[in-house]
Design a protein around this ligand. Structure first.
Ligand code: ATP
Length: 925
């Protein structure tokens, strides 16, 4: 049927559901057909926002010049031109232009990379098409699609709500209103604001509780979000704490450099030197002292870090996370799905009457239910077993799918496992739905810890018989029960002690245990579908049984936990599951030492609630397992750890995990099993939900921080050296050993050819064998500053001596300067190798282990030969060819400088390492 587009201009919220259905050519029960969906996709295009560039090209280019250090360069270029030094001026402006170009390319690349990463975490939507529930990428939604909403979902398009159960949506992204709004399917009059349209759910907003269904009325740019996007563009900043600190630093540096340049100029004038010459010298100083490559190097290093992390399945959503990750001191992780596979299989059912075993692993409904004597259990002769399995399967929102013989779950794996268990006993989903048609639902939530449903009961002796089914955490379900179902199918008083003992025994084996309960509701029709709510689940429920399921620990979990421990990072399990299950799994992945008493190591939500705010931090720091924890308590846990000075990485997947994820230094969301709300709040998303990936990301984070430190340690001595050599020349009234244009040559070419290659430096061995960097540790430790000053002094002394030696030996000024220039570059090249590791000698890490660096050094050498021997370059840069014996002297000095640094490293290593065990190396004193 063609889409009957609106005959009237009424907005969707003004129409009844039925009118909307007609207008959209939709089906409120079976959804669109696949064919129709495909046609509409071709016609309306994908449901995604057009990529909006934050700023126009021109603005982005101009922005590259907006930097205090660049202002100094521009001023220097202008003054040089005014003085008639056109070649110098051209070189300075050339540098400014190159700098801007590199910055621009860099920024664009980093943005594109982040954009690409963002698309790795794509929103999914649950739809009904062709009468079947399915999960599709939200890009594929089309007008008329029937979308299902559940707590934790991000609304994938603009929807007209046609069904809603306690549906609350957080619309703060759109309206700024921070409290969620309730949604229903009513009709609303005329012109009302977006915030008041209770029967609409808008793309980009988040479902906080309840469930519902809606018809897509707008996709992509045609949504309210698209409208806003068009207006403001999505500005994503590339700033991180470090880049901000560096920006501060460069402002201070600029003032300092200008001060020193002014001082140089003053001293020169006082000494009666030529004003123009002194001014040139002051400019040289200013230009030399500016670390031009620094901003680009930081962005590039971070960007490479982001890419490396993505390769290891950790997608960074906010750039600062790359830095913070390296300093993580505690990782708080979920159990289910992160430390374990989240591949649930019910292996046993306990009923008040007997125990049963369930065979077969995975989601294929192949296997059987039998009693402890291996006799197949006929459900008809075991009423409690029958009701437990029925309860598990009917009070259930999951579905099983089969594709080429592979069975899978759509929905919650815990529920999937219960569907499979019932099917193995002959209660397939179709049959269950027939016997117990569902009338109303109280959905599962982590706070509630159970799910309840109301069903018509086809087996009931009374024609209007209904039954309430509940499944959930044992203690919670038990608290609703007064009875248990005995072997004859009669409700007897519940034996709480026996139920709890059975549950504890199963949980002690690491099994996840859920209780099931039922309650027939007589013919009086006690509840109507609309007034079925929590208060009505009185304490008169009848316990039918316990279902125990295995969820094996992930293969890599134990090794990753061990790696974290070696790296001095504490790992804590935070789970909603039973303490005994949590303790058993914690033991298996190495979170608890089997030889140590568990006293104080395992805390439950109730224990936490009983602790005062003063007691909490210490208790939390000590414990490793937190069981039956509610999502709100996660926030308290993060804050307690932060109060102890920890940098906390916290994993989460649910809607209510969002506050804790935001509070944590690194919020980590699950890419596969996580809700959109959690992903939105997170700094990092794991595309495989695996704990080992968090550990890998921390490792990469440490590598990034190392590489940044290395670059800074490498680049600063050159700038300081250049500044000081000029300053010394003026103070002593000597000729300048290097000219401004030559300094620019050094700074620009070496930053690109040499320094940047450090960003490709592989992680050092033993990077996860040292303790985490202290949260307040400055970028440059005292030891590093000493090294920087040492290398700066070597540069000043070496170039000063060489320049004057050459002059004394009869060389011309250009020749002596060429020698000094080459010396600077060569010392930098030698020092570059040293900077590849801040503690180890280059021989230990392998001379050729970073090929890029070798390529860079060779490129730099070609450049040096060019500036020394190519006549045109000689003219531009005031250089002159030098002979072999000069090269020899340069080489000797450079190697000597390298030797001094090596000795310094060696000395420091033996001092800092002291009695620590071999292989553990620290940066700094
Ligand atoms: P983790 O926090 O490690 O992911 P979890 O999945 O056990 O652990 P929650 O999802 O908060 O944490 O579940 C808490 C408890 O609620 C579970 O231990 C289980 O007893 C019960 N439960 C879990 N899923 C369901 C469900 N779909 N229906 C009913 N009860 C459930």
């Amino acid at each position: 049927m063609p889409i009957t587009m609106p005959s009237s201009t009424a907005a969707h919220h003004e129409l009844t559901s039925h009118e909307v259905v007609l207008r959209l050519g939709a089906d409120p029960h079976r959804g669109l057909t696949d064919q129709k969906a495909a046609e509409r996709l071709a016609r309306f295009g994908p449901n995604s926002l057009p990529v909006a560039r934050t700023a126009g090209l021109a603005v982005r280019i101009v922005r590259q010049f907006h930097h205090p250090l660049i202002y100094v360069l521009i001023a220097a270029g202008a003054v040089t031109a005014a003085l008639g030094e056109y070649v110098d001026s051209a070189v300075i402006f050339g540098v400014v232009a190159i700098n801007a170009l590199v910055g621009f390319i860099q920024e664009s690349k980093a943005e594109a990379a982040l954009e690409g990463l963002r698309s790795m975490v794509r929103t999914q939507a649950k739809v009904i098409r062709d009468g079947r529930r399915r999960t599709v990428l939200s890009d594929e939604l089309v007008p008329g699609d029937l979308v299902l909403l559940e707590a934790g979902d991000k609304v994938p398009a603009d929807l007209r709500i046609i069904r809603a159960t306690e549906l609350w949506v957080d619309e703060s992204a759109l309206t700024g209103e921070s409290t969620p709004t309730v949604k229903d399917d009513g009709v609303l009059p005329g012109a009302i604001s977006v915030a008041d349209r209770r029967n609409m759910a808008y793309s980009g907003t988040l479902v906080t509780t309840g469930s519902g269904a809606g018809l897509v009325v707008g996709t992509g740019a045609e949504t309210e979000l698209g409208e806003i996007h068009r207006l403001v563009g999505a500005a994503e900043t590339l700033d991180t704490p470090l880049t901000k600190k560096l920006a501060e630093f460069s402002k201070i540096l600029t003032v300092g450099i200008l001060g020193l340049a002014a001082l140089t100029f003053g001293v020169g004038l006082l000494r009666g030197q030529d004003a123009v010459e002194t001014f040139t010298a002051a400019i040289a100083l200013a230009v030399g002292a500016i670390p031009e490559g620094l901003p680009a190097a930081v962005t590039i290093t971070l960007a490479i870090g982001v890419a490396r992390m993505a390769r290891r399945r950790a997608v960074i959503r906010r750039l600062p996370a790359v830095e913070t990750l390296g300093g993580t001191t505690v990782i708080c992780t979920d159990k289910t799905g992160t430390l374990t596979e989240n591949q649930m299989t019910v292996t046993g059912v306990w009923t008040p009457e007997a125990r049963f075993e369930v065979t077969g692993l995975g989601y294929a409904p192949e296997g059987s239910v039998h009693d402890v004597h291996d006799n197949a259990a006929a459900i008809d002769s075991h009423p409690a077993l029958r009701w437990s399995l029925l309860g598990g399967a009917a009070c259930n929102d999951a579905a099983l799918t089969e594709h080429e013989g592979r069975w899978d779950v759509v929905g919650d794996p815990t529920e999937g496992a219960m569907l499979v268990a019932a099917a193995k006993a002959g209660l397939g989903p179709g049959q269950v739905a027939q016997v117990l048609p569902r009338r109303a639902t109280i959905p599962f939530s982590s706070e509630r810890q159970y799910m309840a449903t109301l069903h018509g009961d086809a087996t009931s002796p009374v024609s209007s018989g209904q039954v309430v089914l509940v499944k959930g955490a044992v203690e919670r379900v038990l608290s609703l029960c007064a009875y248990q179902l005995d072997g004859k199918g009669v409700a007897a008083p519940v034996d709480r002690a026996a139920v709890l003992a059975a549950a504890a025994e199963l949980a002690g084996q690491g099994l996840r245990v859920l209780a099931t309960a039922m309650r027939p509701v007589g013919g009086t029709n006690e509840f109507g579908p609309t007034d079925f709510d929590e208060r009505l689940l009185s304490d008169r429920m009848v316990l039918t049984g316990l279902q125990a399921m295995v969820d094996p620990p992930r293969a890599a979990a134990a090794a990753a936990v061990a790696a974290c421990h070696t790296a001095g990072i504490a790992v804590k399990m935070i789970t909603g599951d039973h303490a005994a299950t949590a303790t058993a799994i914690a033991g298996r992945v190495g979170l608890l030492d089997p030889h140590e008493p568990v006293e104080g190591m395992v805390l439950t939500g109730a224990d936490l609630a009983a602790l005062s705010s003063e007691e909490l931090p210490e208790a939390v720091e000590r414990a490793s397992v937190f069981a039956r924890v509610s999502p709100e308590q996660k926030l308290r846990l993060v804050e307690a750890l932060q109060a102890r000075g920890h940098v906390v990485a916290m994993t989460g997947d649910g809607v209510n995990d969002a506050p804790a994820l935001r509070q944590a230094g690194i919020g980590v969301a699950m890419g596969l099993g996580g809700t959109e709300v959690a992903k939105d709040a997170a700094d990092m998303v794991l595309t495989d939900d695996d704990f080992a990936t968090v550990e890998a990301a921390v490792e990469e984070g440490r590598g990034v921080f190392d590489n940044l430190t290395k670059f800074i340690a490498w680049t600063l001595p050159t700038n300081i050296g250049e500044g000081l050599v000029i300053f010394a020349a003026i103070v002593f009234g000597a000729a300048l050993p290097i000219l401004p244009t030559q300094i620019l040559w050094i700074n620009m070419t070496t930053a690109v050819a040499l320094g940047l290659m450090l960003a490709f430096e592989p992680k050092e061995a033993g990077i996860m064998a040292r303790p985490p960097r202290a949260p307040d540790q400055p970028l440059l430790t005292r030891a590093l500053m000493v090294r920087i000053l040492l290398v700066s002094s070597l540069l000043v002394a070496g170039s000063w001596w060489l320049f004057h030696w050459e002059l004394a030996a009869g060389a011309s000024l250009p020749e002596a300067r060429t020698a000094a220039l080459n010396l600077f570059v060569l010392v930098e090249a030698v020092y570059l190798f040293s900077c590849r590791s801040l503690t180890r000698s280059v021989w230990r890490i392998g001379f050729f282990s970073n090929r890029w660096l070798i390529v860079g050094v060779l490129a730099q050498l070609v450049g040096q030969l060019a500036i020394t021997y190519v006549p045109a370059m000689n003219t531009i840069f005031d250089t002159a060819p030098i002979s072999g014996d000069v090269w020899l002297r340069i080489l000797m000095i450079a190697l000597a400088a390298g030797l001094v640094v090596a000795v310094d490293k060696r000395l420091r290593r033996s001092r800092t390492l002291g009695n620590q065990h071999p292989g553990v190396e620290t940066i700094g004193p």
